[in-house]
Write a protein that binds this ligand. Structure first.
Ligand code: DP6
Length: 368
């Protein structure tokens, strides 16, 4: 059984029963993140098979509002945006059930969830990291409010990260601004499988202004769900080698990020992206998620780097490409993106984003 970091809430709560039966609402804004070292493959208990490292984004966020009703007959999550079949409902339900098993107060309420992404529509980007992290933050706020528990912000985010992981692994890394690591590893002592940890001491200040241009190669829905993708690593012939490689790549990425060595970081990040796709292609059944334009972007990025433009690419489990570059070179890289890469994107769509600061509690902001 995995440890449930949110149980700390019980220790600090003066009571487990609601003080009043008033309806109320909570709201959080939470960002997506882009993995530099990839999480791909799980252990039992929604724990990662290997460590991952991500940069939290700034503009790509989800805003989630949850209305809590204390007297309705139907308990639990009633609907998401009025849709009982919402894409993220299974992940949200899993998270809710997991928390409710230990916090019975959650079984006595009904939730109506409304959620929206700030990513432009029709880009095919439906980030479970931002969506699930925003919901985990809301659920933990709800439990804390009912139990009158007031953890410090550090404690709260730590607990929320452990909860978010149950809904979607990558979501646990969205709790922190800058960079976060998830999964035990020899090179970061504090890193754990049950929750993500912010990576602070290891990073050169220049890294915190890193930019990320998301190139929308295809807005079509994903052809491989992350659930099936992770599952396909069981018995995969290359997977044991992958564990050693990800640990070594994490160590190298951290060295590069502390020394502000962009060239070294580029080599590690691209190795991770191509390894992810190589594992996916060679699984049984295998999938080919890159489109011709994905491959063309990769070649053009590498040609530009060979000519001295500092940038690298990374990929999630799909055809879209993230192009990352230092803030100091934003003008030259963005000219290159507009002239050379943007024409390869579906409807010329590029989302310009950057390293962000983490989630924001928007409960008390009127009009949102
Ligand atoms: C390729 O977090 O979506 O984006 O835990 O099953 O919800 P579940 O998987 P998910 O996997 C993300 C995989 C990835 C790499 C990464 O973000 O590290």
């Amino acid at each position: 059984m995995s440890i449930s970091p949110f149980l700390r809430l019980k220790e600090i709560a003066p009571q487990e029963q609601p003080k009043s039966d008033e309806d109320f609402s909570v709201a959080w804004q939470s960002p997506a993140n882009i993995a530099i070292i990839k999480y791909w493959g799980k252990k039992y208990g929604q724990l990662p098979a290997s460590p991952s490292l991500s940069m939290t984004l700034d503009q790509a966020v989800t805003e989630t509002h949850v209305n809590v009703f204390t007297k309705k007959r139907v308990k639990g999550i009633m609907a998401i945006n009025g849709d009982p079949d919402h894409l993220f409902l299974p992940k949200m339900q899993r998270l809710y059930d997991w928390m409710a098993a230990d916090l019975p107060v959650l079984n006595s309420i009904s939730l109506s969830v409304s959620t929206r992404n700030t990513f432009p529509h029709s880009t095919g980007i439906a980030s479970s990291a931002s969506g699930i992290s925003a919901f985990a933050l809301c659920l933990l706020s709800i439990a804390g409010k009912i139990m009158s528990a007031e953890p410090s912000m550090d404690e709260f985010l730590h607990m929320a990260s452990g909860c978010a992981r149950i809904g979607s692994g990558s979501a646990c890394r969205s709790m922190y601004g800058g960079f976060a690591v998830w999964g035990r590893s020899g090179c970061i002592e504090e890193a754990a499988d049950e929750y993500a940890t912010p990576v602070t001491g290891h990073i050169h200040p220049a890294m915190y202004s890193m930019r990320d241009a998301i190139l929308v190669i295809s807005a079509d829905p994903k052809i491989l769900s992350s659930t099936l993708g992770h599952e396909s690593m069981q018995g995969h012939p290359f997977f044991s080698g992958r564990i050693g490689q990800s640990n070594k790549n994490l160590e190298e990425a951290l060295q590069a990020m502390s020394a502000n060595d962009f060239e070294k970081l580029s080599a590690v990040a691209e190795c991770e992206a191509l390894t992810l796709h190589a594992l996916i292609m060679s699984a049984n059944p295998g999938s080919l998620l890159m489109k011709p334009a994905t491959v063309e972007v990769i070649h053009r990025v590498r040609e530009a780097r060979n000519k001295g433009i500092p940038l690298f690419f990374t990929l999630d489990a799909g055809a879209n490409v993230h192009v990352m570059y230092p803030d100091a070179s934003a003008a030259i890289v963005e000219n290159f993106i507009r002239d050379v890469l943007q024409p390869l994107c579906e409807d010329n769509r590029v989302i310009f984003d950057r390293c962000g600061k983490g989630p924001v509690n928007i409960t008390s902001i009127p009009g949102l």
